[in-house]
Design a protein around this ligand. Structure first.
Ligand SMILES: [Zn+2]
Length: 375
């Protein structure tokens, strides 16, 4: 099974011609749609590469069909790898070269339309780590994100899922504000379980601050004062707050995925995921949260699931999606009643547990037989 991971590396803006990259993106978009247009102003080497990719497009991790007409397609590129001992792998004419001898990534003619124009950026530690794990980097992409030039590298690895032990790691994905609960189960017994939540107060505060500052900026703009020193300073402050806000959420997602991956790998566990994002979304709509914040919670919950799956595949962790209800009794399947403080009780058999724990108990009691069949 081929597993893939990708990374984005920001390119030095002063060495990149954004207009040129945008032009290449438009050509790539046409190529994806099956048009072959030979542009006079674009080096032949790039165009040969672009059209040779047509047959591989479904093998690339970046969307098969471009999202927007003439906008979001990145330019696919082949990668030459030059190893420490001088040996090479990949197309010698590739426009992206990973040079491990000199610890640099070289980009030829794709940042600016000038013969022999090369941009060198330091080798990323991400590349070194993926290679150490047995991955290879055959493809790259270049494109613009928020009008900034980026290089995307795609690592591939041929990996078979391992034979799971008697451990299972159950992950119940709720909406961000209710957190993600994990439980480690050994031979049908819960060893440990924990609901994980980001520091919500901190995130809410940053969000509210950003909204307040934006309103203040809007007021200045209406008065025509947004270009004054005060207005510009306020704009910079808004950007700083937003940056911190997104960094906090991103960081949280990455750390949590990392933590769960380490747990799964340490115990050679079989991973069970309940990703009821749609159901949680309905629950979320009913909650008294600002609309913008709800959207962001949803976005980062999805990002968490995506990142988790990518890494499970990459490290060959066997997993499956299962429905793990939190409102049905895991003992007798009777409907549960929610008490104050998110405590669930069964009026039929007397079962009682915190709401976050119910899916873990359910996985322990109801999925045991299934897991035995698998191992
Ligand atoms: Zn019951």
């Amino acid at each position: 099974m081929i597993a893939r991971r990708a990374v984005l590396i920001k390119l030095p803006r002063d060495k990149c011609d954004v207009k040129y990259i945008r032009r290449l993106m438009a050509l790539a978009n046409l190529a994806y749609r099956g048009f072959e247009i030979w542009a006079q102003d674009v080096p032949g080497t790039i165009q040969y590469q672009l059209y040779s990719f047509k047959n591989y497009k479904s093998s690339l991790v970046f969307g098969i069909v471009p999202k927007k007409w003439f906008a979001e397609t990145w330019i696919p590129l082949k990668v030459l790898r030059v190893y420490g001992d001088g040996s090479r792998k990949g197309d010698r004419n590739a426009l992206v070269a990973l040079d491990f001898r000199n610890s640099v990534i070289k980009l030829r003619q794709i940042c600016r339309s000038e013969p022999g124009f090369v941009v060198e950026i330091p080798m990323s530690s991400w590349v070194v780590e993926r290679m150490r794990e047995g991955g290879d980097i055959k493809f790259a992409m270049i494109g613009l994100k928020n009008d900034e030039p980026y290089l995307a590298l795609v690592a591939e690895r041929d990996v078979e899922p391992y034979q799971p032990s008697n451990y299972r790691l159950v992950i119940d994905v709720n909406m961000w504000n209710n957190g993600i609960t994990w439980g480690l189960i050994r031979d049908g017994v819960i060893v440990k379980w924990k609901p994980e939540r980001p520091n919500l107060r901190e995130i809410d505060n940053l969000y509210n601050l950003s909204v307040r500052l934006s309103r203040e900026y809007g007021r200045l703009k209406r008065l025509g004062l947004n270009k004054t020193g005060e207005g510009k300073e306020l704009w910079r402050e808004i950007k700083r707050v937003r940056k911190r806000f997104f960094a906090k959420l991103r960081d949280y997602v990455q750390k949590l995925v990392h933590k769960l991956m380490r747990k799964a790998l340490r115990h050679k566990a079989f991973v069970v995921i309940d990703d009821m994002i749609e159901e949680s979304r309905r629950e979320l709509i009913e909650e008294k949260l600002p609309k913008g914040l709800k959207k962001l919670y949803l976005m980062y919950t999805r990002r968490f699931v995506r990142l988790l799956i990518t890494q499970l595949k990459w490290y060959g962790v066997p997993y499956e999606f299962r429905r793990l209800p939190s409102t049905v009794c895991p003992m007798c399947e009777h409907e549960l009643t929610q008490l104050h403080g998110r405590v669930m009780v069964c009026e039929n058999c007397g079962f009682k547990a915190p709401r976050d724990k119910v899916p873990i108990v359910f996985a322990t009691l109801r999925l045991t037989y299934h897991a035995l069949c698998l191992t």
